[in-house]
Design a protein around this ligand. Structure first.
Ligand code: CA
Length: 146
């Protein structure tokens, strides 16, 4: 499935969380699997969000790259066991969540990967289809430290 008019944001993290940095790449045509692979190919990992502090830090980065209204893949998934979400990058289960109202809903029975989106000015989470891809606007990476 290809949804036109949206941008895929891939949030990669440094492997060493002690020096955590979010690297935001604006890339098109990356579904969740490709986003995961893309981070690994850069010696990074697809983002985890494990606290409100981290969510707020990521929000700042999203605003800096002028992507408030875009969606961003995280490494969250429940592909291993329906309804049991964990971070694929670390293998850890969610101990913090910021789901949108009524999410995760597994809409259509095909939503197993977690992305962020903006609802009423607030970055929140949704379970979306892992195969969804979006369209490139700017291939240049934007890198910010938190
Ligand atoms: Ca959903």
């Amino acid at each position: 499935m290809r949804v036109l008019g949206f941008l895929t944001l891939v949030a990669c993290l440094t492997l060493a969380h002690s020096a955590k940095k979010y690297y935001i790449y604006k890339i098109y045509n990356l579904n969740w699997y490709a986003a995961f692979q893309d981070c690994l190919s850069r010696n990074l990992q697809l983002a985890t969000i494990t606290s409100d502090e981290e969510q707020r830090s990521l929000d700042i980065v999203i605003k800096r790259v002028d992507a408030i209204n875009d969606m961003l893949w995280t490494s969250g998934t429940d592909q291993g066991e329906k309804g049991n979400f964990f971070w694929m990058s670390t293998g850890r289960h969610f101990n913090y969540t910021k789901w949108s109202k009524s999410q995760p809903d597994n809409f259509g029975g095909i939503e197993n990967c977690v992305h962020t989106w903006n609802i009423d000015g607030v970055t929140q989470w949704n379970d979306g289809g892992c195969d969804i891809t979006f369209v490139k606007i700017n291939p240049k990476p934007n890198v910010f430290s938190i």
